[in-house]
Design a protein around this ligand. Structure first.
Ligand SMILES: Cc1cc2nc3c(=O)[nH]c(=O)nc-3n(C[C@H](O)[C@H](O)[C@H](O)COP(=O)(O)OP(=O)(O)OC[C@H]3O[C@@H](n4cnc5c(N)ncnc54)[C@H](O)[C@@H]3O)c2cc1C
Length: 281
């Protein structure tokens, strides 16, 4: 199918992009790997598309000891190849197929906020944020950093207003020797997962751990473990109980709930093993 008619805007700098968004309140086009299929299937019919692919300065990556900031035009494949962050790299390998990863953007995935997408869970478990910009009343730029816990509002809904552009996402660095894992089950390789769990386990005097689950609620379900809690099977049961899966044509809610428990235990064990190996235990 063909998309409904739209007016294409192709700003060349951030100021022009924000001005256009303030004026027309159109849909932002980044990699187009979710938006274009939605247009073709007539699930969306925006009058204006604000194509950010020519906007200078949005394809940058900034790595500091605190973490990595990924610009809005950094593609999945670039982020994956660059090995920017151990958990991000792990998750990116599970996102769709290489052809889609060549165009799709990290920030676009976050804004799109599919409940089964991997990257929202990564941002949520790490406690990162998305930087969002808009034109202010004086023709300048107003910026806000939205923490992951507030950014994902509902299924396919994130906290980006119609006159705003998500300019970057920040993924905090892992603590010394922390182990990570991302476990998921999809019907076919490259499909969205039926359910998935990412885990960060930090060793030390007292082990700390956190998981985020996908495909089992409207937004990533984050569970922070009590300090020193290492009975992964018991924790997995608690994670399972924290989720709110629904039946759909792909799987029943009961199956998804069972699956997320199994995956949580596996992810925690694997992350703990990786952390232990990193500190030579
Ligand atoms: C067959 C197929 C399988 C897929 N499988 C998976 C999968 O397993 N896991 C997964 O996570 N994803 C999957 N995807 C989606 C893919 O990862 C997309 O690339 C991603 O969801 C969106 O990134 P994009 O840059 O293409 O965004 P676009 O398609 O350009 O935009 C998506 C939405 O986000 C908005 N948006 C994008 N960037 C910005 C911005 N900077 N500021 C404000 N709004 C913005 C757009 O307006 C639009 O509403 C799949 C896609 C396909 C076609």
């Amino acid at each position: 199918m063909k998309p409904p008619p739209f007016i294409h805007h192709a700003p060349r700098d951030l100021g022009a992009a924000l001005r256009t968004l303030a004026e027309v309140r159109g849909k932002v086009l980044a990699g187009g790997q979710s938006l274009i299929p939605m247009l073709n299937m007539r699930l969306a019919a925006p009058e204006h598309l604000v194509d950010i692919n020519r906007v200078a300065g949005l394809d940058t990556v900034e790595t500091t000891p605190a973490g990595v900031r990924v610009g809005a035009l950094v593609r999945h494949s670039e982020a994956e190849r660059a090995g920017l962050h151990p958990l991000l790299t792990r998750a990116l390998k599970l996102v769709a197929h290489p052809v889609i990863r060549n165009r799709g953007t990290v920030v676009g995935s976050l804004v799109h906020a599919d409940p089964a997408a991997e990257l929202p869970a990564v941002l949520a478990v790490l406690g990162g944020h998305v930087r969002v910009a808009r034109r202010d009343g004086n023709g300048g730029m107003a910026v806000r950093d939205v923490p992951a816990g507030e950014f994902f509002v509902g299924p396919m809904e994130s906290d980006v207003r119609p006159d705003e552009l998500a300019v970057s996402a920040f993924f905090p660095a892992l603590g010394e020797g922390a182990g990570v894992a991302f476990e998921e089950v999809a019907r076919r390789h490259g499909d969205y997962a039926l359910a998935g769990v990412c885990a960060v386990v930090s060793p030390g005097e007292v082990v700390t751990a956190k998981v985020a689950c996908i495909g089992v609620g409207p937004v990533p379900v984050v569970v922070e473990l009590d300090a020193g809690e290492t009975d992964w099977r018991a924790v997995a049961a608690r994670v399972r109980d924290a989720t709110e899966p629904e039946d759909d044509i792909h799987a029943s809610a009961a199956y998804r709930r069972h699956l997320v428990g199994v995956l949580a235990e596996r992810a925690l064990r694997n992350a703990a093993r990786e952390g232990a190996a990193a500190r030579g235990a």
